[in-house]
Design a protein around this ligand. Structure first.
Ligand SMILES: Cc1cc2nc3c(=O)[nH]c(=O)nc-3n(C[C@H](O)[C@H](O)[C@H](O)COP(=O)(O)O)c2cc1C
Length: 201
């Protein structure tokens, strides 16, 4: 079983990384293999909306999203970590979310993977990032685990928040336990929809 943490902060040793490290420590303690992926020094361009990937399963943009997409497919659980930038997830996090539209093929998608979020703000704006990422999980037919919302500004200062670190560790453990339960969405519901509304034809 593999749990992947994706740090969507440009800071290599920032608060997002600190939170994810503790989540992954919890997952490891519970027996999972773990990997921390950081967007720092990576290039992940925004989606161009061409929809070529819906036909081919491949994005025409050749950048670091190719490698990250493969890691996401290999993982059983994915923890998105993002700082709050102007009341929402970072542009890097949103680019990843959008580019996973390429992972919508019946044979290559994110369905039934356990998803969770750790988010950190200096003072305000956590809820919209959490809400947007959990809506995203639902559209991908991922299985939502808990989240951790933290407050911190200076690099790595969340490490001093004892309760928060404990919550991260618990989250990592919980993810492994949920993966082990092997919940599955019913197959007859299409894997590729991204809007479940009566307004769509
Ligand atoms: C461009 C930018 C925008 C930010 N916007 C917000 C914000 O809207 N609300 C907030 O509480 N903190 C905001 N912050 C502060 C970060 O969320 C905070 O410093 C966080 O701990 C950074 O996480 P990191 O160390 O993982 O990068 C912003 C920081 C930057 C650089």
């Amino acid at each position: 079983m593999k749990i992947l943490g994706i740090a969507c902060s440009p800071r290599k040793q920032g608060n997002t990384v600190a939170l994810l490290e503790e989540v992954l420590r919890g997952s490891k303690q519970e027996g999972a293999e773990t990997e921390l992926y950081s967007v720092s020094d990576k290039t992940i361009e925004p989606c161009q909306g061409c929809r070529t990937c819906w036909e081919t399963g491949e994005c025409f943009i050749q950048d670091d999203m190719n490698g990250l997409g493969n890691r996401m497919i290999e993982a059983d659980g994915i923890v998105f970590g993002t700082p709050i930038y102007f009341y929402n997830m970072t542009a890097q996090a949103k680019a990843i979310v959008d580019r996973t539209i390429a992972l919508s093929r019946p044979e290559r998608n994110l369905a039934n993977k356990v998803g969770s979020v750790v988010a950190v703000a200096g003072s305000l704006g956590l809820v919209d990032a959490l809400k947007d990422l959990y809506f995203y999980f639902i559209t991908r037919q991922m299985l939502p685990a808990n989240y951790v919302a933290a407050y911190g500004g200076a690099e790595g200062e969340v490490k001093d928040l004892e309760k928060c670190m404990r919550a991260c560790n618990d989250l990592g453990r919980q993810m492994v336990q949920i993966v082990a339960m092997n919940f599955q969405y019913p197959k007859e519901i299409g894997r590729s929809s991204f809007a479940f509304g009566t307004h769509t034809r």
